[in-house]
Design a protein around this ligand. Structure first.
Ligand SMILES: Cc1cc2nc3c(=O)[nH]c(=O)nc-3n(C[C@H](O)[C@H](O)[C@H](O)COP(=O)(O)OP(=O)(O)OC[C@H]3O[C@@H](n4cnc5c(N)ncnc54)[C@H](O)[C@@H]3O)c2cc1C
Length: 397
């Protein structure tokens, strides 16, 4: 089997893996990225859209945010709609910070281009059957099948960065007896929709309705993301366009608002709202980053931001180790990531109850959810605290 030696192997070319790769490359720490899909596929996969300002600034300091700063739109408010009323929530007034709207495929495209085309980094697309070996020893290795020849290849390394997302393989290399996985199920699904239609408002609209949550999220002048709460495990086939649009109109309807702009629905997926956290996020020479370690349901738009936070910490720790022999970042990596992970999980759970309580069929949950919403809208102290959690902060760890 052909063998190559490289200090770091990164499995997965999502936001986490590509951020680690770029930072290592800039610091002259050699690495190889292994990605199961093609470049075209990962550059088009629609998913997240909101970047927190601290994450944009952190990428900017590493020369990775030029295009975000140039092209992303910034948001400073959203609107709650409930009980037939419109309730703007101006979070920038409360915190001084913005949300950046930058679709994940654009971020991935920028990061691949910077790593592979500008910095000359090694990335292998379409690899099959990635396996990890000897992660509890000094010289781990990663094997995979070459997509063209089918031959097995071996990369010997010092560290493996497991950045292969929720369905990856690296997490399974951690011994069950040395890791704990905490899980939470919100008991609802969201029908995630992408409409080829201009946004119907400049800002995000969050509809809290007795029929279920509905969301409107501008992505670009031509494309809008919508969400509709549905039963978990529902079949997208149950949601023809003729059912989706009336339901969106009903749940987002308020007096004085212009009607939603309809368009072809180019994506329809049901996401079951659940979360998990793997602790610790490292074992031996394997370090997990992003959704390979933790999933936070997209209720509060936190997942990509958490993936970037892990990636920044992991890359800095690997650079410090290779540059100065300083292993303190690696030793503290898991604990430092998990502080923000749990902070965001708690906020997501809190927000989930606010969104889903009113349609739960349980009058007690509906009553407390309404009280929660009124407190955020009525108390400046509660509003500021909510705004800080909604936006995330540099110091959330
Ligand atoms: C509909 C939707 C909307 C969302 N909205 C938001 C939002 O607004 N804001 C937000 O912050 N987050 C959001 N998220 C979450 C966000 O998309 C994820 O948190 C983010 O993609 C995680 O990045 P990652 O790099 O950890 O993993 P991924 O992006 O999943 O990347 C993992 C990579 O590893 C590859 N891979 C998998 N298995 C293997 C293998 N065996 N070998 C090699 N490669 C492999 C995959 O192909 C993939 O390219 C949303 C998610 C969804 C589904």
């Amino acid at each position: 089997m052909p063998v190559r030696h490289v200090p770091v192997v990164i499995v997965g070319a999502g936001p986490a893996g590509l951020t680690v790769a770029n930072i290592l490359r800039a610091a002259s720490v050699d690495c190889v990225v292994l990605e199961a899909e093609s470049r075209e596929f990962i550059e088009r996969r629609p998913r997240a859209g909101f970047l927190e300002e601290w994450a944009v600034r952190a990428l900017e300091r590493r020369g990775l945010a030029d295009r975000i700063v140039e092209r992303a739109s910034t948001h400073s408010e959203f609107e709650f709609r409930f009980e037939g009323g419109r309730h703007p929530f101006r979070y920038t007034e409360l915190t001084g910070h913005h949300h950046y709207v930058y679709p994940q495929p654009l971020l991935v495209t920028d990061l691949v281009r910077e790593y592979a085309d500008v910095r000359g980094g090694d990335i292998r697309f379409g690899v099959r059957d990635v396996e990890l070996h000897g992660i509890d020893g000094e010289r781990p290795s990663v094997s995979y099948s070459d997509p063209e020849t089918g031959e097995r290849r071996l990369l010997r390394c010092e560290f493996v960065a497991g950045c292969d997302g929720a369905r990856g393989v690296t997490r399974t290399a951690m011994p069950a007896a040395r890791t704990a996985v905490a899980r939470h199920d919100h008991g609802v699904g969201w029908l995630a929709l992408l409409a080829e239609a201009p946004p119907s408002s400049d800002c995000v609209i969050l509809g809290v309705h007795p029929r279920g949550f509905a969301g409107h999220m501008p992505r670009s002048p031509e494309v809008t993301r919508y969400y509709l709460q549905c039963p978990p495990g529902d079949d997208p086939g149950n949601w023809p366009d003729e059912r989706v649009w009336p339901e969106l109109h009903t749940r987002l309807a308020v007096d004085g608002a212009p009607p939603l702009t309809e368009g072809p629905l180019i994506e329809k997926r049901v996401l079951d709202m659940h979360d998990y956290v793997t602790e610790p996020m490292a074992y031996g020479r394997l370090y997990l980053a992003g959704e390979s370690a933790h999933l936070v349901a997209p209720i509060a738009a936190k997942g990509m931001n958490l993936a970037l936070h892990d990636a920044l910490l992991l890359a800095d720790a690997l650079v410090a180790y290779h540059g100065k022999g300083d292993d303190s970042g690696l030793r503290g990596y898991s604990a430092a990531c998990l502080r923000r992970v749990w902070h965001y999980q708690e906020f997501s759970q809190w927000l989930s109850e606010l969104y889903h309580g009113p349609s739960s069929g349980n009058p007690f949950r509906a009553g407390t959810a309404s009280a929660r919403l009124r407190r955020v809208l009525g108390s400046p102290a509660a509003a500021t605290s909510f705004a800080e959690m909604f936006l995330g902060k540099d110091t959330d760890h």
